[in-house]
Design a protein around this ligand. Structure first.
Ligand SMILES: [Zn+2]
Length: 249
């Protein structure tokens, strides 16, 4: 029959879907960790289940943080912080997407080295979920000298993401465009830094470079550190078909 969990007396049940954000439900049944039924308590069989009384709180799907910089395990050296993924879970985030493992001390910038690290990072977090949080990692940062075969190799090894364009040595739209096109050809999603430099080695990425590079996602368009001027943000919002990443705090 499986391990059954019922959460009832939910005040507000959110679906996570734009079409129908609020569900007509106050009770949820999970069997072996998977949701099996959502509805009214009277309609859900709670027999043999562990029952949790939510006491009227809101229940929502886990949040997705679309922009993190993981390194190894639940540790990030840039902020000298342990358990930062676990802490983020307390804010409701259950999935994280890497925008590049750029905080790795001694990050390799040669092609073989950066590919090896991306593949390793993808594996680390595939095999390790801190406090249950899913971390989609293995996002290589573009460096000069990468060729089409490198993107093919990465994709075949399980890499599905690029780190932010602009954090590596590729800082011109033309080279960025070529590499983003190769990545896209092999099913690797791309994103780009925007605004002023964020870490040592990064540089200004303005609206012209974003438009020329043509990534799938435009990173932190409203800033987060030093944002682009308002007119450039407006220009990108009005002229791009890319996903726009918005920072909140
Ligand atoms: Zn960035």
């Amino acid at each position: 029959m499986g391990e059954r969990l019922v959460i009832r007396n939910v005040g507000l049940m959110l679906s996570g879907r734009m079409e129908e954000p609020i569900l007509d439900a106050d009770c949820i049944l999970a069997v072996d960790g998977r949701i099996k039924a959502i509805g009214r308590a009277a309609d859900i069989d709670a027999e043999g289940a562990t029952v949790v009384d939510a006491q009227g709180v809101t229940l929502a799907p886990g949040l997705i943080d679309s922009h993190v910089h993981p390194v190894v395990g639940d540790y990030t050296p840039r902020q000298q912080q342990v358990n930062w993924i676990d802490s983020t879970l307390h804010g409701g985030v259950t999935t994280m997407i890497s925008a590049g493992e750029v905080h790795m001390p001694g990050r390799p910038k040669d092609i073989v080295g950066l590919k090896a690290m991306a593949i390793a990072a993808q594996r680390w977090y595939e095999n390790f979920r801190p406090s249950g949080v899913k971390v989609l990692a293995g996002a290589p940062v573009l460096e000069h000298g990468m060729v089409e075969q490198d993107f093919k190799d990465l994709a075949e090894a399980g890499v599905t993401l690029l780190g932010e364009v602009g954090l590596g040595s590729v800082k011109d739209g033309k080279t960025g465009r070529q590499m983003v096109d190769w990545a896209r050809k092999y099913g690797i999603q791309s994103t780009i830094h925007t605004g002023g430099p964020s870490i040592p080695g990064s540089g200004l990425v303005d609206a012209d470079m974003v438009l020329e590079t043509g990534t799938d996602v435009i990173g932190h368009i409203n800033g987060g550190h030093s944002a682009l001027p308002d007119d450039q943000i407006k220009c990108l919002c009005e002229s791009c078909r890319a996903g726009l990443e918005i920072v909140h705090n």
